[in-house]
Design a protein around this ligand. Structure first.
Ligand code: ADP
Ligand code: MG
Length: 410
């Protein structure tokens, strides 16, 4: 463990003096925009016989165990300090391996509301097996730490280049199962990307983490044109954009209020409607982000999109989809899309072509190795995730029924 990490771990223990009796910090496992995460051993694990491991049979997280009462040979007893009952519980169950936790130290610069939001949403989702649950949280003045069960996973960079199409389907199935549960609770994750989905290739299972940007659907939204029927949308756009020689294509007298839309998320994974500042964003924004993950897997390029800002991000998307479809996509939200950038063609390219190119399977316009049948199916599914129009884009629930993901892995 390097010195600064050691120093930080000691500082954390000094902030929470009771930590030493409860956790043994092992190492730093993550450093994100909003937090530092440590792996630790829960020293009271055996004592309370509590397991937050995912039970592979029931596919459920074990429930909070601290005050659980148990029936031991007919008598109701409380698992706790009573050494006798503790012993009898233990002897009935096989000894489990030591329990590890992830301790997420949230930066003090995060707003209290944001922290509360993350903890609340995690609490709401606690019964979902594919969302990493919250065991507990501590606060000391402005410092908040969340304690989560440690989920064994592999770094995306280690495996994304070697995945076969069947492996991609298993990965996506697990990710969409998680997402379907989150969306069913009317929650938008808003930051779907590989580092927030802890995946274990050896089991084909993953859990969703990082609800720091998540929100309840509709909590931060105002009506957007994209939710109107087409005729209403067209009339409103026509009224706003009166053609004028001097301001060609720009609103002559734009009386609309300045738009403020939630644009949180990670560059490169933001859905077009997020970039077009849609004020009525839905859970479909997460599906787009999964589409970008699949695009990464199929193209074997990570990160696939690499923009510095939202305008660049729009250009990157437009390069693939073409200016004509981008224009239509922008209009859904009352936005004009114009560009003179030469690399953005009118019609763009098919996803199939993008993937062949990325894998160097096209040379001088000649296809060296065409897509196999399962690759074609994956690309068809990809097109459903990367639909520029959120209303026709596939939902997480529908994705699980799609031919590409339908076969449940054994
Ligand atoms: P941030 O908001 O800073 O991005 P995350 O919740 O995404 O914080 O966690 C950052 C990283 O820490 C993750 O990408 C992952 O590598 C690691 N991590 C987070 N939670 C866990 C967990 N429960 N088990 C194992 N590793 C975790
Ligand atoms: Mg994260």
């Amino acid at each position: 463990v390097d010195e600064t990490v050691q120093y930080d771990m000691e500082k954390l223990q000094a902030t929470f003096p009771s930590f030493r009796n409860q956790f043994r910090l092992i190492k730093r496992i993550g450093e994100g925009t909003f937090s530092t995460v440590y792996k630790a051993e829960d020293l009271q694990y055996e004592r309370y016989d509590n397991s937050w491991d995912l039970d592979r049979d029931t596919e459920k997280w074990a429930s909070p165990p601290l005050k659980r009462t148990r029936t031991v040979s007919g008598a109701r007893r409380t698992g706790g300090d009573d050494e006798d009952s503790h012993h009898s519980i233990k002897s009935q169950r096989p000894r489990r391996r030591a329990k590890y936790v992830a301790i997420k130290k949230i930066y003090v610069t995060s707003s209290p509301l944001r922290i509360l939001n993350e903890l609340e949403l995690l609490h709401d989702l606690r019964s979902s097996p594919s969302v990493c649950p919250l065991i507990t949280a501590f606060r000391s003045t402005d410092q908040v730490v969340a304690v989560l069960p440690y989920f064994r996973h592999q770094d995306f960079r280690e495996y994304y280049r070697h995945m076969k199409v069947a492996d991609m389907a298993i990965y996506l199935r697990s990710l969409f199962e998680a997402l379907a549960a989150v969306h069913k609770a009317n929650i938008l994750h808003r930051d779907i990307k590989p580092t927030n989905f802890l995946y274990d290739p050896s089991t084909g299972r993953g859990v969703l983490v990082d609800f720091g940007l998540a929100e309840r659907e509709g909590s931060d939204s105002k009506p957007c044109l994209c939710h109107e029927v087409e005729s209403v949308r067209k009339t409103r756009i026509r009224a706003a954009y009166v053609p004028n020689a001097a301001h060609n294509g720009y609103p002559k007298s734009d009386t609309r209020p300045a738009r403020r839309a939630n644009r949180a998320g990670t560059r490169g994974f933001r859905a077009p409607e997020v970039l077009f500042k849609c004020t009525e964003q839905t859970t479909k924004i997460d599906v787009w982000s999964v589409g970008v993950v699949l695009l990464t897997l199929l193209s074997r390029r990570f990160p696939f999109f690499n923009s510095a800002d939202d305008v660049e991000a729009m250009i990157e998307i437009a390069t693939i989809f073409g200016s004509r479809r981008m224009k239509v996509a922008g209009q859904l939200h009352g936005c004009m899309f114009e560009t003179t950038i030469p690399t953005v063609g009118r019609e763009g390219f098919s996803l199939e072509k993008i993937i062949l190119w990325s894998n160097c399977r096209i040379d001088n316009g000649k296809t060296l190795k065409p897509l196999s049948d399962d690759e074609k199916l994956a690309v068809k599914f990809l097109g459903r995730c990367l639909d520029l129009d959120p209303s026709s884009r596939i939902s997480a629930e529908e994705a699980l029924q799609h031919e590409f993901l339908r076969v449940k892995p054994v």
